[in-house]
Each structure stands twice: as structure tokens, then as C-alpha cells.
Design a binder for this molecule. Structure first.
Ligand SMILES: Cc1ncc(COP(=O)(O)O)c(C=O)c1O
Length: 401
């Protein structure tokens, strides 16, 4: 048989797809003796395994014929009703028709790409930003306009500058405990961002997987509460219950959701009926609420320990800094400019500790070489102390070179 050259059959979109750098890195760090702060994984030891088991045992004998059948693209109605109520808690006047269930928020990002992005369209993102959004959108060939952040989130003057100069399709906003940077957008800036979206007639994609995981500080209303007409809000049960269920949702105006539902039909017909039933059961029995309290307490302890370990072990240097997230899963470390955290990772893996080099989160990957992301939810307490100690030793060695 002749040899098949697959490359010549690939679409231009497929040629622009790349294996996520994080996934490749995770392979390196999956060895059991490596202390990994690299992934974005929730703590598996507190997954509500027994509660899922109870739900399946109770529901399957009674509703198995429906739970294992095809279902509607929009999603399981009781779950959508629950989510509409959940959004009303944020003062978002959502009805069932404003909720689309998705196969994780990652699918929501993909559908946003399909529905909104044509080649050459401008999108505003923070830098750094969520890598999964870049993977979902880059095949559609948008042009990324990037905005710096400080402790209060995206710098709004930079957003306005871009909006003045370009017709922008949407602003991509991570309101709470940014992945990867750990920062939260202040109340004032939230207001300003929606005002700008209105003034310059653009949309906002608000990606909020971590909002429920606030450990301290004042709760801030999402951008969709401030302007529901222009905001497409994405969230997920991945961080609050279990990512393996792959259940997320979009809250948006009905006319936008109609298009998104059409795009989803072509993607997967619908999200797993079985999983939606199980997740709904945990939500409706109050288990979600209790579970979130438990993981908030656990992640807060781990964040505190990571911050303390950084304080204890990292060399004192004006250019060595890290964020202090009030929730979520990540913190972000900046090192002196001379550092290249890709090279540091090679050394770190040989010392059996891992993180994600920050440049991976920059559209264009040409900045942020002195930065890195640390995950604090997935490592056990002893490993946090030991892992940060090893990392700090490496940083010290590099500084002294
Ligand atoms: C900002 C952000 N958006 C979306 C996702 C994807 O979440 P899901 O597991 O619901 O697909 C993640 C996952 O880490 C994330 O951090």
C-alpha cells in the first residue's frame, strides 16, 4: 500500500490546531514522584463520590429509560430551571430560555468561536489569558488585542484604546480568580468594562468557573448582572462538583442562545443526559451547596500554605512577586527578567517539582518568559511545602549565577 501523507488532507483550520502546551507538560509531570503544581485539577480526594453513587442507585432503576436516551440540545429542563434560579441569586433575571447546557465551559468557548469569529476579527483578551480559550479560537484566525492587568484586573484604559482603534467582536473577561493570574476584576472596573462595551457596541464573554470559590473578601456581582444584553456568561460544575461530568452552561439573551444551540447541534447533539440527571440530583438535594463550602475551606488552607511557603523559602528580591488570590485554584509568580521559566521547568522536573511556564498563556507566546503559574488545589499539604522549597532553591541557584 502507498504511504498516506495525512498533512495534505488537513483543513487550514486543523493546521492551526496545536496540542495544548499544558497537556504536553502534564505528561512530563504525571510521574507519581513529581510534585506537580502544573495542572488545574480540583482535589480528587473530596469528590462527592458517595453522593454520585447514591444518585445513580436511586435514579437509574426509576428513570433509566430516559436517562440513557437522547435528549434535547438545550439541556435537561429541571437542570436549566435550577440554573435560572441560581443566576437570579446574582440578580440576573434569567429564565429557562436563557440557559444552554454545554459539555463543560470548554465547549461553550468552542461554540462562541463558531458563532462569532470570522478570520481577521478582533478580540480583546487580558495577557496572560486562559489557554483553553486560545486553543478554541485560534483555528478561526482572530486577531488578539491584548490588555495588561494589575491587582484589580484588566486595565480599562487599554481596553478603550483598542475599542477606539478597532471594531471588536468581543472582550473576553475572566472576572474572578483569573486563570492563570489569580486576580479578580474590581467592582469599579466591572462597571467600566460594560460601559465601554455599550459605548463601542461590542459583546463580552464572561468566563466564570471560579466565582463560587471565594475564600474571603467581598462578593462582586458578575458583569452580566450589570448589562445582561451584551454579556454571554459561561460557568461550569467542573470546579464546584467534578470535572468528569463535563457539565457547564451558558447564560445569554435568547437570540444569541438560538444560534449557539444550532452550533451545538452540529457539535454533539446534546450534553450527556445521564450526567445532567446526576448533577441535577446533587444540585436539587443541596449537596452542591454543602460541597462548595467544604472545598472552599480546603482550598483556602492550601492557598494559605502555598503563600506562607513562598514567603518562607523564596529569595527576597524586588522583582520576585506573586499574586494573592482571594479564591480559585491558581497563583501567579513573576521572577526577574533574566529568567526563562521554560528552562527553569526542565531543571524543576529533574528536582521533581513542576509548574506551567507563564509564556504559554500569552497570545503569540512571545512574552511572560519570566512568569509561571502555580496550582494550589491539587497538591497535598506536605507536598506544597516541599514543592515550594525545591522551587525556591532553583530560583536561588539561578539568581546567584
Ligand atoms: C477560565 C476557564 N474557562 C473554562 C475552563 C473549562 O472548564 P470545563 O471543565 O467546564 O470545560 C477552565 C478550566 O480550567 C477555565 O479555567
Amino acid at each position: 500500500m502507498n504511504k498516506v501523507n495525512i498533512d495534505k488532507f488537513l483543513s487550514n483550520k486543523a493546521k492551526r490546531m496545536k496540542a495544548s502546551e499544558i497537556r504536553e507538560l502534564l505528561k512530563l509531570t504525571e510521574k507519581p514522584d513529581v510534585i506537580s503544581f502544573a495542572g488545574g485539577l480540583p482535589a480528587p480526594e473530596v469528590f462527592p463520590v458517595r453522593e454520585f453513587e447514591e444518585a445513580a442507585r436511586y435514579l437509574l432503576p426509576r428513570h433509566g429509560e430516559v436517562m440513557l436516551q437522547y435528549s434535547t440540545t438545550e439541556g435537561f429542563t429541571p437542570l436549566r430551571e435550577f440554573l435560572a434560579g441560581y443566576m437570579q441569586k446574582y440578580n440576573v433575571p434569567a429564565e429557562v430560555e436563557n440557559i444552554q447546557i454545554t459539555t463543560g465551559s470548554q465547549q461553550a468557548l468552542d461554540l462562541v468561536g463558531k458563532v462569532f469569529i470570522d478570520e481577521g476579527d478582533y478580540i480583546i483578551t487580558s495577557k496572560p489569558t486562559y489557554l483553553g480559550a486560545l486553543s478554541a479560537w485560534t483555528p478561526f484566525k482572530p486577531k488578539y488585542l491584548t490588555v495588561n492587568m494589575d491587582d484589580d484586573g484588566m486595565i480599562v484604559e487599554e481596553i478603550e484604546e483598542h475599542l477606539k482603534n478597532h471594531k471588536v467582536k468581543f472582550i473576553y473577561v475572566l472576572p474572578n480568580f483569573h486563570n492563570p493570574a489569580g486576580v479578580t476584576i474590581s467592582e469599579e472596573r466591572r462597571k467600566k468594562i460594560v460601559e465601554l462595551a455599550d459605548k463601542y457596541d461590542t459583546l463580552i464573554i464572561e468566563d466564570d468557573p471560579y466565582g463560587e470559590l471565594r475564600f474571603e473578601g467581598k462578593y462582586l456581582v458578575p458583569l452580566i448582572t450589570l448589562m445582561k444584553e451584551r454579556v454571554i456568561y459561561l460557568s461550569t460544575f467542573s470546579k464546584t462538583l467534578a470535572p468528569g461530568t463535563r457539565i457547564g452552561w451558558i447564560t445569554a439573551p435568547k437570540d444569541i442562545l438560538t444560534k449557539i444551540t444550532q452550533a451545538k447541534q452540529g457539535a454533539d447533539l446534546h450534553t450527556s443526559t445521564l450526567d445532567q440527571w446526576l448533577v441535577y440530583d446533587l444540585c436539587s438535594r443541596g449537596i452542591l451547596r454543602e460541597h462548595v463550602k467544604k472545598i472552599r475551606a480546603l482550598y483556602k488552607r492550601r492557598r494559605d500554605l502555598m503563600l506562607k511557603s513562598l514567603e518562607d523559602y523564596m529569595p527576597k528580591h524586588p522583582e520576585i512577586k506573586w499574586t494573592r488570590p482571594q479564591g480559585g485554584l491558581f497563583l501567579w509568580v513573576s521572577l526577574p527578567q533574566k529568567f526563562n521559566t521554560y528552562e527553569l521547568l526542565d531543571k524543576a522536573v529533574s528536582k521533581k517539582v513542576a509548574f506551567v511556564p507563564g509564556a504559554a498563556f500569552y497570545p503569540g507566546r512571545s512574552e511572560g518568559f519570566n512568569t509561571l503559574r502555580l496550582n494550589f488545589s491539587n497538591a497535598k499539604e506536605d507536598d506544597i511545602v516541599e514543592g515550594i522549597r525545591r522551587l525556591a532553591e532553583l530560583v536561588k541557584d539561578e539568581l546567584n549565577k
